[in-house]
Design a protein around this ligand. Structure first.
Ligand SMILES: [Zn+2]
Ligand SMILES: [Zn+2]
Length: 181
């Protein structure tokens, strides 16, 4: 068995107006949290299509953006190799049933993260990126103090931790824990 058999390979897609510095913040936060479990294999520019923009709401419709990733995934499709995708966009996102969402994920495939409500805060951006990637790796929402807690509002999301709880770490098969005193 090769040592990287369990490693998750992630490609970061990004809308072109997102600054390199912000992508680096996301990358650093993911590597800090996921360590050897994750490797960012590529970064690719991808702008959301105009027809996914809702002028009235001034938001992108998440369902339509997911369709873009679905097509992309199929197009790239090497069925034996799992290559996760996280797409970073600047504008706000919504789904049919919600006012807004921070992000959306199809587990084990691809996800989208919007920076619109993250207040240009490195800590907040890293936290929400870690959350979406947790979903990508199959984690569900968690009731414990944990980055996987569901956030119904910006104020709630700001209060939660950036890290996984021990239970979520166990689910991901991370055996080493940082000691906290
Ligand atoms: Zn979530
Ligand atoms: Zn948890």
């Amino acid at each position: 068995m090769r040592s990287n058999d369990t490693k998750k390979l992630l490609t970061l897609y990004y809308a072109t107006q997102i600054k390199y510095k912000v992508l680096n913040i996301i990358k650093t936060g993911l590597i800090e949290e996921y360590g050897d479990l994750l490797e960012i294999v590529d970064k690719k520019a991808l702008n959301p299509p105009k027809d996914a923009w809702n002028h009235q709401r001034q938001q992108y419709k998440a369902e339509l953006l997911l369709t873009v990733l679905k097509r992309l995934n199929r197009f790239n499709g090497q069925s034996n190799e799992l290559n996760w995708i996280l797409w970073i966009i600047n504008e706000d996102l919504y789904m049919e049933t919600t006012n807004f969402i921070f992000g959306v994920t199809i587990p084990n495939r691809y996800g989208i993260l919007s920076l619109a409500r993250l207040e240009n805060s490195a800590y907040f951006i890293q936290k929400e990126a870690n959350h979406e990637v947790g979903h990508l790796f199959g984690l569900k929402h968690c009731e414990l103090p944990c980055v996987m807690t569901f956030s119904p509002s910006v104020s709630h999301a700001k209060l939660k931790t950036k890290h996984w709880c021990a239970e979520c770490k166990k689910k991901l098969g991370i055996k080493t824990f940082k000691q906290t005193i």
